[in-house]
Design a protein around this ligand. Structure first.
Ligand SMILES: *[C@@H]1O[C@H](CO)[C@@H](O)[C@H](O)[C@H]1NC(C)=O
Ligand SMILES: *[C@@H]1O[C@H](CO)[C@@H](O)[C@H](O)[C@H]1NC(C)=O
Ligand SMILES: *[C@@H]1O[C@H](CO)[C@@H](O)[C@H](O)[C@H]1NC(C)=O
Ligand SMILES: *[C@@H]1O[C@H](CO)[C@@H](O)[C@H](O)[C@H]1NC(C)=O
Length: 569
């Protein structure tokens, strides 16, 4: 009985770490709201009181939406029509994970701050419409690079619309109607309807030409012909881009076999390997080449979307794991700064990045070596003894992984979305403590990418682990990682592979999640449990774990949340 209680606490801990773990952002977000209120709410229209600073306390405030109801981390501020007065509010930089800011229909005035991109760096939707903001539209708005929607309608803005806004490649809505703007509309914005630009002195597409002469029909025809050609070109370019990306990937596979690429970097042997920890002795590329036998096939310990992993044996007999990154799209300086961020991420359940090395076009990452390999190998490869993989060990792996993932989502600022969680990226150390690998790499693979960003190139993660909504929205979210984690939990409980269920009837063609859904609909979920785990006094725990898993993989993210509330421990 006591054992049960302890283990059910463990499952609870697992649940807690994934969904409710508090984070460092909290003090900051409370300060954000305090400063905001102090600066724009002289008449006390916002009934926000800060007596109770428990986690989630600000999430019930009028107009405040949190990432999660139990976590003081602001996702969105909906502060339209609340009688706010004064200048652009203070404190927003402390709401460091905010993606939506709506201040519409208030009485705010003064300039839009020139450092707006520092105050709301991750905003995707900015609505300042129906206020009295004056001055020019700051160029720095172009540095809020995640903007999808900008509404500045009905203010007192003047000057030109900055051409820099062309950098906002994700804009789907843009409205500056009803201001005092003048000059030419940047070409990048001409796709929006003319009514969105209704200002006395604005000109250029989609409004009339700036040279005050009237436009001719030929102009329109030429214009649309050019437009058509441009669209065709873009389509062709996109198709080419997709094809060209595939070809090098294939080429590289061949390369790996022949390890030719390693020969091309021999000239760079003297390049230093940058190490994050002083304790690790200084190394050069030459040392890595020696330790991996010039990256021979025999030393490959894994291949995945982000690249190939090699085992390196150092002269003192210790090991490292070296990842050769596949196709990174980033410049050297971006890459270096990304590396120093990832190098500082340290948590018990994450594989530490020890260093990196840039040699010509190759990028090599140096990781701690994980002697017990991947969870996938233990669960699904014949040559590992499945027998030793008893439930207590699996539960330990589930909980550790949950902690690591929760840390990436909640304690890193900005948060890191993994986007490729699978049993292959969960590695095990000597004590079978799980360590998540490859975190932060999804961004490196992607030219225009951030922690909030969309997927490009149709890369959604490994088959069988991808949340269904990803294929619709193409937006990476923490929920997507939670979904993949749910699939890993199902693997742990069922021992089945995510794409192929050996235990199912032969005519069943679906994935592991489809199988579980089917069993659950027929109230025979217990049939899914790994036979080697049954009858060993773990049943309650197994079912609990299955429940958590199911709530992670429910088809709609909203439903998932509801279901989580509904499963109470
Ligand atoms: C709020 O933001 C300011 C400016 O970035 C910073 O100095 C301050 O430390 C932040 N406060 C908290 C509690 O994080
Ligand atoms: C603080 O708020 C939480 C929920 O928001 C509530 O459960 C708790 O009782 C409150 N504490 C106090 C002292 O009011
Ligand atoms: C905007 O970004 C550019 C390029 O990174 C930088 O040079 C400029 O200083 C930034 N502007 C502001 C106001 O942050
Ligand atoms: C308007 O601009 C287009 C493109 O610059 C040009 O081809 C056209 O002749 C212009 N129309 C008039 C009437 O100036």
């Amino acid at each position: 009985m006591a054992v049960r209680r302890v283990s059910s606490t463990l499952v609870q801990a697992l649940f807690w770490f994934v969904f409710c773990h508090p984070c460092f952002g909290t003090v900051s977000d409370i300060q954000c709201l305090k400063r905001l209120k102090a600066s724009v709410d002289p008449n006390n229209k916002l009934d926000w009181t800060f007596h109770n600073n428990t986690e989630g306390s600000i999430c019930g405030f009028n107009g405040v939406e949190c990432w999660h109801p139990n976590e003081n981390k602001v996702l969105a501020l909906h502060l339209g029509s609340l009688g706010l007065k004064g200048q652009f509010p203070d404190g927003l930089e402390n709401c460091s994970s905010m993606t939506t800011l709506d201040l519409s229909s208030n009485s705010l005035s003064g300039p839009i701050p020139a450092d707006i991109s520092k105050r709301v760096p991750f905003v995707t939707s900015l609505d300042l419409s129906y206020n009295s903001f004056s001055g020019e539209i700051p160029e720095a708005l172009a540095n809020c690079s995640y903007l999808n929607a900008v509404n500045l309608q009905h203010n007192k803005l003047n000057g030109m619309i900055p051409g820099q806004l062309a950098a906002l490649g994700r804009l789907t809505q843009f409205n500056v109607a009803d201001n005092q703007l003048s000059g030419q509309i940047p070409l990048s914005l001409s796709k929006f309807p003319p009514s969105n630009f209704a200002n006395q002195d604005l000109c250029g597409s989609p409004l009339s030409n700036c040279t005050a002469t009237s436009s001719s029909h030929t102009g329109v025809i030429v214009g649309s012909a050019v437009g058509g050609a441009v669209i065709t070109l873009i389509v062709v370019a996109v198709i080419l881009f997709i094809f060209l990306r595939k070809i090098p990937a294939k080429k590289k596979d061949k390369d790996i076999e022949e390890n030719k690429w390693a020969k091309t970097i021999k000239g760079a042997k003297g390049v230093k390997v940058s190490m994050f920890e002083k304790s690790v002795s200084k190394m050069k590329l030459n040392d890595l080449m020696k330790a991996t036998g010039d990256f021979t096939k025999e030393n490959i310990i894994g291949t995945g979307r982000s690249g190939t992993m090699y085992k390196a044996t150092l002269p003192d007999g210790s090991f490292l794991a070296i990842k050769r990154l596949q196709d990174t799209q980033h410049s050297e300086s971006q890459f270096t700064s990304e590396m120093s961020t990832l190098g500082s991420v340290r948590q018990r359940n994450l594989v530490p990045l020890l260093g990196y090395c840039i040699a010509k076009n190759e990028r090599l990452l140096v990781y701690k070596y994980m002697p017990k390999g991947s969870l996938y190998d233990h669960l699904h490869q014949q040559n590992c003894e499945k027998k030793t993989f008893e439930w207590s060990l699996r539960l330990k792996i589930a909980i550790g992984t949950a902690k690591g993932l929760a840390w990436l989502h909640h304690s890193c600022n900005p948060r890191i979305l993994h986007r490729n969680i699978s049993s292959k990226c969960i590695l095990l150390d000597d004590d079978y403590e799980p360590k998540i690998s490859d975190f932060g790499l999804a961004r490196l693979m992607n030219p225009i990418d951030t922690h909030l960003s969309t997927f490009v190139n149709g890369e959604f993660g490994d088959l069988g682990y991808v949340a269904p909504e990803y294929t619709r929205t193409l937006v990476a979210t923490p929920k997507g990682d939670v979904y993949s984690f749910g699939v890993v939990l199902l693997e742990l409980v069922t021992g089945e592979e995510p794409t192929h269920v050996s235990n199912a009837p032969e005519n069943f063609k679906g994935s592991l999640v489809d199988w579980i859904t089917y069993l659950s609909n027929n109230s025979i979920l217990q049939d899914a449990v790994d036979k080697s785990l049954i009858g060993k006094d773990n049943d309650a725990e197994l079912l609990q774990c299955m429940k958590v898993a199911c709530s992670c993989v429910l088809s709609s993210p909203k439903k998932g949340l509801q279901c989580l509330k509904f499963i109470s421990f």
